[in-house]
Design a protein. Structure first.
Length: 465
């Protein structure tokens, strides 16, 4: 058998160290029992003191270098808990032949809002029940139902209003003050008019903080066309107020002191940081094309998810131990080497889950456990081929070399089929199926590295002369 390549051994060692560091918990709590004696009362009491030990995992090491990083495992709705919403779209004003497109557009906007909010692996899918058009939203990690409903359900129609209009800008006149947005007549009077500047002219919306008060606000940046419109509006309203209206409600009415040619605006108000962030997300993601109403809402607790996670982890660990016992019992020393490679494989897959990051659901855990079986299958093919060569009179070293060479085509073809299946499931499946397909895909890719590189290098080191 060929001698072990030093650089390959070094690479595997570095990968193993990296996988261990990234999978180490940030800290562990160690309980200590202490007997406290009360001499005057001739009595002693047993106390338990919890001592927290900080471990040198990758996150803590990067924090020492002032690099902020979070490599914790992300959990899905079924494991972490969160909010489930069923929204119904009002299609009365939408032509029948355009309703499917409008529903899909609304789904895209909601998905963008949830993703901008930083939620991992939300489920946003459409459903049609008779003549009812619905959007089902599952948001992991957000247990406040009202916060979730406001995030996904608000229409986010942004408009700008002024006291009067000039011929240089297109305006729409309200028939009476009753038709004006709430709060606008108090600032602009009953003859306020809407400008042609809307949320469609918005390029980006970000959270900022007032330089004087430190209060959070929302900073707007318009497109090139919107910049021209906004410059024209500020030019003709110097010394006057311009109202910023969101969903027919006044949110700010700043006084224009000078022309603003750079297309920047600021929405101020009594915002908390979370409220400013949510408003910026809604504006940045775009307005909903159809009004949505909440048909059903519920908070999904994490208790059931934790029980499911514990059972899944127990099943995975038990299966892992059985596989190792099977490999060692059937193949002896070769099984021990394969088991070491399997442990490294598991650490590598979990490391990839943390780096991507992959949001773990029960379906995703099932895909991961299935990939462990695929990884073992490659080792079994190699070892059985090697046994055949040993029966033909070859030495153990030569038998392993031939076993790797002749098993490679079978390993390649079977893993290629698994990869293709995973890609098809990910492309055509729903969110739950995608989670299963993604973990299976990552597991199959890493299993190729584990079987062909790690196991082979360990065997070369074990049988080197």
């Amino acid at each position: 058998m060929k001698r072990t390549s030093p650089w390959m051994t070094g690479l595997i060692t570095l990968v193993a160290i990296f996988a261990i560091l990234i999978n180490l918990p940030s800290q562990i709590t160690v309980p200590f029992d202490v007997n406290q004696v009360f001499p005057f009362l001739n009595h002693q009491k047993k106390l338990t003191i919890n001592h927290t030990l900080v471990l040198p995992n990758l996150t803590n090491l990067l924090n020492l270098a002032h690099i902020q990083a979070d490599y914790s495992l992300h959990k899905g709705l079924d494991l972490q808990g969160g909010t489930s919403l069923t929204l119904q779209a009002d299609m009365k004003k939408i032509p029948v032949d355009q309703r499917d497109n409008a529903l899909e557009a609304a789904r895209t906007v909601i998905e963008r809002r949830v993703n901008f909010y930083g939620v991992s692996e939300p489920v946003v899918q459409t459903a049609r029940v008779g003549s009812s058009y619905r959007i089902i939203v599952e948001i992991p990690g957000i247990t406040d139902v009202n916060q979730a409903a406001q995030l996904v359900g608000q229409t986010a129609q942004l408009t700008f209003w002024e006291e009067g209009a000039s011929s240089s800008a297109k305006t729409t006149t309200a028939s009476s003050s009753a038709n004006l947005p709430y709060g606008v007549p108090q600032y602009l009077g009953p003859n306020a008019k809407e400008t042609n500047l809307t949320g469609k002219d918005l390029k980006s919306a970000t959270v900022g903080f007032d330089s004087q008060t430190g209060a959070p606000d929302v900073l707007l940046q318009f497109t090139a066309d919107g910049t021209k419109k906004f410059a024209d509006i500020t030019k003709r309203n110097i010394g006057k107020s311009v109202a910023i209206v969101l969903d027919n409600v006044l949110v700010s009415a700043p006084t224009v002191s000078s022309v603003i040619p750079n297309g920047s605006a600021q929405i101020t108000g009594s915002f908390t940081t979370d409220q400013a962030k949510q408003l910026a997300i809604q504006l940045d993601a775009g307005a909903l094309p159809v009004p949505l109403s909440i048909l059903q809402q519920q908070a999904v607790g994490a208790t059931l998810g934790q029980q499911s996670l514990d059972k899944s982890m127990f099943a995975g660990i038990l299966g892992f131990i059985i596989i190792i016992a099977f490999m060692i019992g059937l193949y002896g020393r070769l099984g021990v080497i394969a088991s070491v490679a399997l442990v490294l494989y598991t650490l590598l897959v979990l490391a990839v889950f943390r780096l991507v990051p992959v949001t773990l659901t029960l379906a995703g855990i099932a895909g991961f456990i299935l990939s462990i079986g695929i990884a073992v299958d490659a080792n079994i093919l190699i070892f059985e081929r090697s046994r055949e060569e040993m029966r033909r009179g070859h030495s153990p070293q030569r038998s392993l070399e031939l076993g790797f060479a002749r098993a490679w085509t079978s390993i390649r073809d079977s893993n290629a089929a698994s990869i293709i299946t995973s890609l098809i499931l990910y492309y055509f499946g729903t969110s739950i199926i995608k989670g299963f397909a993604l973990t299976l895909f990552i597991g199959v890719i890493v299993s190729l590295f584990s079987a062909v590189v790690v196991t082979r290098t360990l065997l070369q080191a074990f049988y080197r002369k």
